[in-house]
Write a protein that binds this ligand. Sequence first.
Ligand SMILES: *[C@@H]1O[C@H](CO)[C@@H](O)[C@H](O)[C@H]1NC(C)=O
Length: 436
Amino acid sequence: MQTGSCSISVIFLWLVTSAVLAKAVDNMEGNTAASKRPIRQSQSLCAGEQEYVHKRKQVVLESLRRLGINCAADSVPHIALLASGGGQRAAVGLVGSLYQMEKEDLLDTLLYLGGVSGSTWSMSSIYSDPQWSTNMDTAVSRLSGPGVELGEAFAWINERSKDEYFSLTDVWGVLTSAGIMKQMDLRHLSDEVSRNATNPYPIYSAIEKHCFSDGPIEGKWLEVSPHEAGFTELGLFIETSLLGSKFEGGELLEEKPEMDMVTLQDSMVPLCLRSEERFHLVDAGLLINVAYPPFLGDKRDIDLIVAPEYSAGNMFETLTLARDYAAEVRRAFPDINNKTLEERDWPKDCYVFEGKQNEPSIIYLPLFNRRNCKDAEEVKAKMEEFSTFQRPFSQEKIEFVLEVAKDNIKNNKETLLREINKAVLRQHNKRKSMQH
Ligand SMILES: *[C@@H]1O[C@H](CO)[C@@H](O)[C@H](O)[C@H]1NC(C)=O
């Protein structure tokens, strides 16, 4: 288990050191050799993602028209749904939220779907169906049906949690959770590059802890999409299909099949033995339990973030941590009113943190809230009942979380629509100011 993740980190460590060297060489030689390098260093989107996003915008545009929202073809808003972590509570909650988004005809307004930790477990399961966005009933019945795959997955995770490297299981989920959620499905993430734009573009997140625990914040956050995997802030990426290959000095040493669960486990042992230190990726939830970093700044130019919040612990913490992170890496982030933070023990079911110009607006939707809990005590009791670390949920518990998550979307449809409208305007204004 730890060996697989260890080696990923070794690869990334090489990426960092080698990219620095590569850059020095670039400076001397110009860009002639750059195209041959397997590592892309850039703060902009790769061609594959650009192309996907371009196609997806057509789907978003049609969806906005169905909703009666006026939008010019060049002002399609960039809307991302970012699901928090929170174990099975988050995994099930995300399915409920997306199910209701589909029922309200809001799902196709999403350009992106981002997850960390628990929510990535269900993301990768959902994306095993290439047409899942039109078919959330199937995802729900997969959760609830007999022979619950999730149940097996969580039994497996519980077993792993006895391991001292428990947090690695989340990363396991990030990179290969199709294998976890559907035992024998050793699908590769990069297989998705050939898909059409039926679904929002998926971005999975993890953090690198050990190599960089004392290092700069830029080395911590990792994002993995069907096209690329790499460091968000450093802008260092390899093709996702090369996850599992060997690199040295910025060059591809040996191309290997893209890692799945089995190859991860088996092929990486020698790498680890060679390294004196233990490197590993950990659950990104330990840093920030919502995958904000890949969605801040100009690169993806997000106008609106829909953030269903399934985390345990201090409500609003994911948000304040993300705000502090944004400040550290100098990305725009909306203001958070201190008065709002005082409501943490018994939060409303929906908050809007409004972006002014370049900041995205955030719609924050706490799972347990004033609408479904009569007081702070009940919120606390619910969090304990559905705690992150426990045996796999019973059928009853799964259904309860599903319903709560669905209701939160249903009850706040008006707010979502209003903010989507504003996002159209914001994107339009950005376009206009770019023309001047
Ligand atoms: C994607 O492909 C499927 C299956 O061929 C098709 O039904 C669907 O309309 C396509 N969607 C888009 C957005 O092109």
